[in-house]
Every structure is written in C-alpha cells, then in structure tokens.
Ligand binder design. Structure first.
Ligand SMILES: [Ca+2]
Ligand SMILES: [Ca+2]
Length: 209
C-alpha cells in the first residue's frame, strides 16, 4: 500500500515538476528606446519565481514588412545585442534595460527577442522613434496589427479611467492618432463604437483614414 502511495506521490510530483518547468509564459509588454542609447523592456511572466534567467537578443529586421511580418520572418540582419540576464520578478512582471552595442538608427526596424530555459520566446518591435518605421493600423489600440473588439474595449476602458494606459501607448509616442479614430481630438465612447463597427464591417473606413 505504501509503495502504491509512494508511486502516486512520485507521479504527481513528476507532473507538477514538468508543468512548473514548461508552463511559464513570457510576454513582452513593451520594448522602447529610452532616447539615451538604451532599450527598456517590460515583460509579464506566468508562474515565475522571484527571479528569472533570460536570453535577450536584439536584431535589425531584414525587410520592409509590417511589424507582424517582420517578427514572423526568421531572416534578419545584424544582431545589435545579445545577452544573458537575471531579472527580478515582481507581481508577475519584470523589467530590464540593455544598451545595444550597435547604434540604433531611427529609419530601421529592430526586434527584441526574449526567452530562457523553460520559457517560450516572445518577440517585439523596438519602438525607436514615432518618426521611424514603426506604424500601426488606425484603431489598433493594442498594437497587434489587427483591429478587433479588444481594441474597442481598451478605448472604452480608457474613457472611463483616464490614467489607464492603452497597450499602444507603451509602444508608440504617436498613439493618439491610432485611438482617436473619428479625429475630433478627444478619446470618447464614439471612438470605441467606430472601432467595434470596423470589426463587424471590413469595408468600413474611419474618417481619419
Ligand atoms: Ca489590435
Ligand atoms: Ca475621438
């Protein structure tokens, strides 16, 4: 009986161990050039301990693609940074700053890739400058290159809680033009309604487009 119990405990521990090793998911929430040569990255992490070993690679994207295409494309040019760091995890979030060895040019597209043992890999465009190549679709307030009901929900939330930051705010200083889809200079429920309309009717176009 004890043997069966011991086997059962071992089996449960094995499952728990493999879940804890492989279940942690990292997601880059923002990756932004600080203006003084460094890049600041914030990530959310599930199942993390108090610190996490990370592998960080940043590279110049190869082509003239959209943000999503550039991230999907495996081909890239010069690696501008490669590093292994230990980041402190607090409330499921971690932040780190790195200084790319190579100069970051405003006219190019850069991608930061973060991963580690037992972690998935997540990638994001580094926002170098609003005048640079990084652009989003009008109405895409979470910056995933698609206009969905989630974008409308974010706008509605921001009209209710002004201090709330839209995901696009973390990625572009030029965020307002993507959110104020009726172009009246204010962010209101009307903008959210129009974004929702766009998700229902593909042919619908915003007045600012
Ligand atoms: Ca979106
Ligand atoms: Ca508006």
């Amino acid at each position: 009986m004890h043997k069966i119990f011991a086997f059962f405990v071992a089996a449960v521990l094995t499952v728990l161990f493999s879940v804890s090793v492989f279940a942690a998911e990292i997601k880059i929430e923002s990756a932004k050039y600080t203006g003084d040569g460094a890049v600041k990255v914030a990530c959310s992490l599930t199942d993390g301990g108090s610190e996490q070993e990370l592998t960080v690679i940043a590279y110049e994207a190869d082509t003239d693609l959209t943000n999503t295409e550039a991230i999907k494309a495996e081909s890239y040019k010069d690696i501008i940074h490669i590093d292994q760091i230990t980041a402190e995890v607090k409330d499921g979030m971690l932040e780190f700053v790195f200084d790319p060895a190579a100069w970051i040019d405003r006219g190019k597209t850069y991608i930061v890739s973060v991963g580690g043992a037992g972690l998935n890999i997540d990638k994001m465009i580094i926002s170098v400058d609003p005048d640079g190549k990084m652009t989003f679709i009008i109405g895409d307030t979470d910056g995933d290159d698609k206009v969905t009901a989630a974008d409308a929900a974010y706008v509605l939330q921001k009209t209710l809680i002004e201090s709330m930051e839209l995901p696009i705010q973390l990625r572009s200083d030029d965020w307002f033009k993507y959110a104020d889809v009726d172009g009246d200079g204010k962010l209101t429920a009307a903008d959210a309604a129009l974004i929702l309309q766009k998700t229902l009717l593909e042919s619908f176009s915003f007045s600012v487009q």
